[in-house]
Structures are given as structure tokens and as C-alpha cells.
Design a protein around this ligand. Sequence first.
Ligand SMILES: [Zn+2]
Length: 171
Amino acid sequence: MKLPICLFDAKNSLLCPQCEKKVEDGKLTKADVNASIILARLAKTNQEIDDFTLYSCKEFEGNFVLSLSKNDILTIRRSRVLYRLLQEQFQGKIWLVEAEENDKKFIEDMFFPTKVLSINSVWAPGGIQKTKAVISGKWTPRFPINMETVIQIVKNARNLDIEIEFENKRA
Ligand SMILES: [Zn+2]
């Protein structure tokens, strides 16, 4: 397992002077530390989590964006049990994104498992550049993803203003 803090720190729920300094310097956040401790605890009884590489955890108003390796994300998506195990440990919704991915992939991960048909730059009135994502199907009140939350996370994590449109505009 690889984590943003030392493995020893995560396993013992404490921070060594080096990691403490990274938090003070803003290189690591409290969310990085807490997510590391959570994963280390789960790894004691879960071999799959023990193989994870966590790059970061960003918290936005009770949403936790976990940046993991591509393989880890595939592993979680294959197992509802594993997904629930992880989700239960966080005090808000978890969002899984691949580390070092581009903006397009990041947006696709936000909507998973719903398909994103296209992502393009568009010019909004006032000469503001926006990123328009077209989502497969049509919106219904049961759509599981909160659009406002996605817009905020993408803005915070990638500094992009996105506009979301559904393939079938008329419900
Ligand atoms: Zn440390």
C-alpha cells in the first residue's frame, strides 16, 4: 500500500515530524491524513485495499474525492462490497478518480457509471470559456448524481467551469 503519509503513521494514527511539516506547509491536508488512516485500518483485514495506492483525498463540503491508481479504481468498480466498505468509512459521499488523469477523464469519473458522450470547450456569454459535458440519456429525479456537487468539485479540483447537458433534453 502507498499513501500520502508514511505507512507507519497511517497504521498508528499519528504523524511523524516530516508528515506533520507537510500538513503545516499545506502539502498535505487533513483529508489526506484521515483517508490514509482509514485505508490503513481497512487494509488490516482486506488484501485488495492493502494493495491500493492513494495519491490524495480532497474534501469539498462533505464530499471526498479519492485519487487512486487506475487498477484500484477498477478493483472497486468490480465489487459493490468493496465500494460499500469504503463508503461507510467516510462521513460523506466518496468520488473515485484516477491519479494524474486529464480533465476529460476526471469528468468521466465523476459521472461513472453514467456515460459521458462528449466533453468540449464552449464560449459562454461574456467571453467566458466553459467546458460542456453531454451526458447519455435523460435526467430524471432519480438520477443518482447531484449536478451542483459535480460542478463544484470540478471547479475546485480542476479549476474548470462545467456545464452539464443531457443527450435527451426533453424529459
Ligand atoms: Zn510520516
